[in-house]
Design a protein around this ligand. Structure first.
Ligand code: NAG
Length: 180
């Protein structure tokens, strides 16, 4: 064999390896996400949530996907800044006070998720992490209810809904990891 044919053969082997590697796993990953999501109380929300993050395609264990879900849930509480800005815009209105209540609640949830839940998860205390995430989850409804009490339309419904849904799925996924 000349060196040219050797490298052509090598290139073909590499190509074959790549296509075998790339195509079937991509499908397997989507299946794996679906199978994992079916173990939660809301597979639709779970699937939409995890599929929106490209990292999920590389998740090979339930632990990986739960870790990604937690990061997604944590990213929602970073909206506390958006809520603070909205409160400033509504200065002097009843909405301002309510937004400040929501803001405080999200700051608390930020601490719960980013510190406590993350720590519990890292120490494999999945039941503990699930409890913390479930506690943070109520912030979404609490904020929506605060606007109902003052009979005003909530300007943060989108954030609140994501909070409720994503924390719900994350807590469910943590429960899946709890040894039976
Ligand atoms: C899942 O969540 C969506 C959006 O919040 C909701 O409309 C749907 O009823 C939920 N499904 C279940 C089975 O709880």
């Amino acid at each position: 064999m000349t060196s040219a044919t050797t490298s052509t053969a090598m290139a073909l082997i590499v190509l074959a390896a790549m296509s075998f590697d790339a195509l079937p796993t991509a499908h397997a990953d989507a299946d794996f996400i679906s199978r994992t999501c079916r173990k939660t109380n809301n597979a639709t929300v779970c699937l939409a949530m995890l599929s929106a993050n490209p990292k999920s395609a590389y998740g090979t264990t339930e632990h990986d996907l739960t870790s990604i879900a937690l990061e997604i849930a944590i990213s929602i509480v970073y909206n506390d800044r958006v809520i603070a800005e909205l409160a400033e815009e509504k200065e002097g209105t009843p909405e301002e006070d309510t937004l400040l209540v929501c803001h405080n609640a999200y700051i608390g949830a930020h601490n719960d998720l980013d510190l406590q839940a993350r720590l519990a998860f890292e120490y494999a205390d999945y039941a503990g992490a699930s409890k913390v995430v479930s506690l943070a989850k109520v912030v979404g409804d609490a904020c929506e209810n605060a606007f109902k009490r003052i009979n005003k339309k909530s300007p943060v419904t989108g954030i609140d809904q994501q909070m409720t849904e994503h924390c719900g799925v994350t807590a469910d996924l943590m429960d899946v990891l709890v040894p039976k």
